[in-house]
Design a binder for this molecule. Structure first.
Ligand SMILES: [Zn+2]
Length: 98
């Protein structure tokens, strides 16, 4: 009858634990694995910061990056001017975002 006593002890222990025990804390939400690309913000300009031409008016915009800032140029001809002073044109995009 040892088994019966052990079972009774287990049951009462479980009842005691169930009575006063705090609910287990919820596990922390899973953190997204690093490296997931952030959703790109909408591009704030519809014109080329170099020429002021409407993007797309000369064909597909030329997309370049200066650091984290995406800059869209109306044509490859503007790439030269962009390369000469990328910070200036990146700043124009950043300013338009605000
Ligand atoms: Zn252009």
């Amino acid at each position: 009858m040892g088994n019966g006593i052990a079972a009774a002890l287990l049951l009462s222990a479980a009842a005691l634990a169930g009575c006063g025990a705090e609910p287990a804390p919820a596990p922390p939400p899973p953190t997204p694995a690093g490296g997931a690309p952030a959703a790109p913000a909408a591009y704030p300009l519809d014109t080329c910061p170099v020429s002021g031409e409407k993007l797309g008016s000369m064909g597909d915009p030329v997309v370049v990056k200066h650091g984290d800032v995406e800059v869209r140029l109306c044509c490859r001809g503007c790439l030269k001017a962009f390369d000469a002073d990328p910070a200036k044109y990146a700043a124009m995009v950043t300013a338009a975002r605000k």
